[in-house]
Design a protein around this ligand. Structure first.
Ligand SMILES: [Zn+2]
Length: 137
């Protein structure tokens, strides 16, 4: 009797609602990252609370700028290769970061760093290549 499928009747509005929700999540994630960046850049912290790793990536902020307190270099860490659950708050990464140069110099993992801000791109190409890596506990 020519009944339309549920897909035909509801499919479009369900997809549109899902898209709106995804869009709103992205906006919320971006605002949370911007608020965190403002606090970090304006007040140098506190870093806690901070957006989750996955939320920062979802908002388009794929990089975390870190300053080594040993050698004062600023480097960027690529968030999507960090082997932590996506729900991990960004500030928790601080204690896993090790500076390659300072670690070599001191002969042990050097982990004193300051989180600067979340970034949409790596900091300028003229900066030294990142020697930071997300180490194991
Ligand atoms: Zn260093």
């Amino acid at each position: 009797m020519g009944t339309k499928s549920r897909e035909t009747i509801y499919g479009g509005s369900i997809r549109a609602a899902a898209e709106r929700a995804a869009e709103a999540r992205k906006t919320a994630d971006r605002l949370a990252v911007e608020a965190w960046n403002k606090r970090m850049l304006g007040f140098q912290g506190p870093a806690q609370p901070s957006p989750a790793l996955g939320d920062a990536i979802n908002a388009g902020f794929g990089y975390l700028e870190v300053k080594c307190l040993g050698c004062n270099t600023h480097q960027t860490v690529t968030l999507d290769i960090v082997r932590r659950p996506k729900a991990t708050p960004v500030h928790e990464l601080e204690r896993y970061m090790r500076c390659g140069d300072c670690s070599r110099l001191q002969g042990r993992p050097y982990k004193r760093s300051h989180l600067v801000a979340l970034r949409v791109a790596k900091i300028s190409a003229s900066d030294p290549p990142s020697t930071w890596w997300p180490g194991e506990r």
